[in-house]
Design a protein around this ligand. Structure first.
Ligand code: GAR
Length: 215
C-alpha cells in the first residue's frame, strides 16, 4: 500500500475518481492528504466527505514561489506521502520542488501530450483541426506539461463539436486513465528510462482507451 497526496485547485472530479478507486480493497494506494491552493475548491468537500484530511496552502499567502513550494514540501513530508498526484492543480511548481519529487509526481493533462501543452487545450485542438485529441497521465518534469508518459486515452473530435462537449468527453476518460496510471505506479510496475516509461506485464489492450465516437 502506497501513501499518496493529491493536489487540486478546483472541482476535483479526478480526485473523486482516485478516491473511488482507492476505496477498493485491491487498490494498492491510499490518499493520505488533499492539498488545495484554492480555499473554495469543491474538491475539498469531496475529500472531507470521504474522510480524507485536507489542507489549504494558498499561494496568495506566500511571498514567492520558493517559499510556497517549501510549504507544500513540508506538508507532504509530514503526511508521509510517497507519491503526489496533481489533479487539476493549476499552479506551476519550481524546478527544485519538481526535481525533489522526480518520478514520484504524476499529472493529468487534457490533451495528447506533447500536443497542446498549457491552457485552453480543447479550444486549441478544435481550432487546429485535429481529428483526435484526448488526455495524458505523465510524470512531472520541470517544463510545463512535460515528462514521461504513463497512460493516454484518445478521443475523436466530432464534426462541429464545441469545446464544452469535448471537454466533458475527455474528462470522463481522465477518470479512467488516472486511476489506471496510479495503480501501475503503486504496484511498482512503471520504470522510467530516459524520457520514456516502460510498464512491466502491461495489458495494453485494456490499458489504452480509444474512443473514436461520441458516447
Ligand atoms: C482536468 O481536465 C485536468 O486534466 C486539467 O484540469 C481539469 C481539472 O478537473 N488539468 C490541467 O489542465 C493541468 N495542466 P477536475 O478538478 O474536475 O479534476
Amino acid at each position: 500500500m502506497i501513501d499518496v497526496a493529491v493536489l487540486i485547485s478546483g472541482s476535483g472530479t479526478n480526485l473523486q475518481a482516485l478516491i473511488d478507486n482507492c476505496a477498493r480493497d485491491d487498490f494498492p494506494a491510499r490518499i493520505v492528504l488533499v492539498i488545495s491552493n484554492n480555499p473554495d475548491a469543491k474538491g475539498l468537500e469531496r475529500a472531507e466527505k470521504a474522510g480524507i484530511p485536507t489542507k489549504v496552502i494558498n499561494h496568495r499567502d506566500y511571498p514567492d514561489q520558493e517559499t510556497y513550494d517549501d510549504q507544500l514540501d513540508e506538508a507532504l513530508n509530514e503526511c508521509g506521502a510517497k507519491l503526489i498526484c496533481l489533479a487539476g492543480f493549476m499552479r506551476i511548481l519550481d524546478a527544485r520542488f519538481v526535481n525533489r519529487w522526480r518520478n514520484r509526481m504524476l499529472n493529468i493533462h487534457p490533451s495528447l501530450l506533447p500536443s497542446f501543452k498549457g491552457l485552453h487545450t480543447h479550444e486549441r485542438a478544435i481550432e487546429a483541426g485535429v481529428r483526435f485529441t484526448g488526455c495524458t497521465v505523465h510524470f512531472v518534469n520541470p517544463e510545463l506539461d512535460d515528462g514521461p508518459i504513463i497512460t493516454q486515452a484518445v478521443v475523436a473530435i466530432n464534426p462541429d463539436e464545441g469545446a464544452d462537449s469535448l471537454a466533458e468527453r475527455i474528462l470522463s476518460q481522465e477518470h479512467i486513465i488516472y486511476p489506471q496510471a496510479l495503480k501501475l505506479v503503486a504496484e511498482g510496475r512503471v520504470r522510467v528510462v530516459g524520457n520514456k516509461v516502460t510498464i512491466r506485464d502491461a495489458d495494453y489492450e485494456n490499458l489504452m482507451c480509444v474512443n473514436p465516437k461520441a458516447e
